[in-house]
Design a protein around this ligand. Structure first.
Ligand code: SF4
Length: 69
């Protein structure tokens, strides 16, 4: 497991695309811990148009902090 900081995909509302609310991804946002080798689609429209896939450690200027319950 690795730690995820704000600005990284694992803490972004777009991480997972259509599956952003899956329990595994919600847990990453809550714990800020993730397996570094997982890969998920990015749901930011500009990136999704290119079918971008990212790891929890990736990041871009489109970062949007995910709300955590
Ligand atoms: S690539 Fe950018 S917009 Fe997509 S999940 Fe990562 S930080 Fe968020």
């Amino acid at each position: 497991m690795v730690s995820i900081s704000d600005g990284q995909c694992g803490a972004c509302a777009h991480f997972g695309g259509d599956h952003a609310n899956d329990q595994q991804l919600v847990q990453i946002r809550i714990s800020h811990q993730a397996e570094p080798d997982m890969v998920q689609p990015c749901g930011l429209p500009d990136n999704a148009a290119h079918a971008l896939k990212v790891s929890p450690l990736s990041g871009c200027d489109g970062f949007t902090a995910a709300k955590v319950a």
